[in-house]
Design a protein around this ligand. Sequence first.
Ligand code: EPZ
Length: 432
Amino acid sequence: MDKLKIKGGNKLAGQIYISGAKNAALPLICASLLTRERVTLTNMPLLSDIRSMNLLLEQLGTKIDSHDEVIDGNPCKVYSYQTAQPASLVAPYDYVRKMRASYYVLGPLLAREHYVELSLPGGCAIGARPMDIHLSALEQMGASIEIKNGYVIAKAEHGLQGAHLIFNIASVGATCNILMAATLARGTTVIENAAMEPEIGNLAEMLNAMGAKISGINTPILTIEGVKELHGVIHKVIPDRIEAGSYAVAAAITRGKIELINAQAATLQTPLKILAETGVRISEKPHGIIIDAENCVLEGKDIMTDYYPGFPTDLQAQFLTLMLTADGASMVTETIFENRFMHVPELLRMGANINVHGHASAIVRSVPKLYGAQVMATDLRASFALVLAGLVAEGETVVNRVYHLDRGYEKLEHKLRSVGADIVRIKDDQED
Ligand code: EPZ
């Protein structure tokens, strides 16, 4: 398994180009199952999660091709998907266990083919992450749902029927799955307490461009009027706000200055506001954001994660790590997932002073210095937090199990090296 070797102490300066959003691309890929025509996605990120999703769709009978393009002066990957006729309606365990977002095939396939067998994703490092909201919503839309041998068997003999749904949690995954399913249902579906993450807006806009009738986009109440069929489309993946936020923290923690090209400040209002409150200087540009922490003395600030537009849980680990270098203390409260402090034990090994109470909150106190160490990546965002700590720790940090990072950060070490980080990837076979 590859590792990252980081020598701390360099101030980062320069420009980082923000890639397309993983959490937008994954449902967009599955939305291509809703039509027999060709769906082309531009600004696609080069990530292992995208490759995993492509393998699953090929298994379902989707023809995929890709090529490179230069869009707005930036090189990017374009993927096209066409499922003229599904070859299978089964999403097998081996695919789903590697990536839970495989469950995004459920809504589209059930709406189009009226039958799906989906391996239940099971829990993951950050929590149980059940699918009860997805499944109960589909039942309210007329599907029969059976759980057998670890699989969901979903049937809707006469197709799905529109329904008035009220989500007890503003689930991103359930909102995407039901939004896609409802586009081909008979009648109107209303989703109350829908998630409002920008990736959902990116999906809804593509579905409407395919002929769907969705209103209330970017609000907590989505109304979808079912249509007979959807047609092909060419659609651009929005920039990754979590990648942008992660590199914003890299600039702040090294007291450097980085321009995040293509980052959309409008999708990062809460994290940017809190970063500014710690003392970081932030300026929004037409095509990016400048994060300037040069000669800043940062002040500890409290954060509590929340649904969008609140502070994103996917930036909690990164922000907590930044607070290790700020003056004073910071209370970090995680409200979305039940086990999302796995970066803490590893940071403690680097000399951090953090006290976790239960599963929900951690008090972070500044320390004069962090020390490089061998650390273990556990989940995608916790792993980035360890890289951030390595960037400022005295000496060398080796982050193991880098495959976690490759799921969500395109060309991580190249992007960081381009702004002055001393970071190299040790390939598995290169191990000294
Ligand atoms: C999406 O996960 C993202 N993943 C996550 O990003 C992100 O952390 C999360 O949304 C919250 O923003 C993708 O988009 C691929 P949820 P998702 O459904 O859809 C509970 C990353 O690092 N819940 O909004 O799984 C659930 O357990 C990943 O890129 C139910 O109880 O998140 C959690 O506590 C990590 N029942 C809460 O809701 C359900 O049926 C929010 O989950 C569904 C969810």
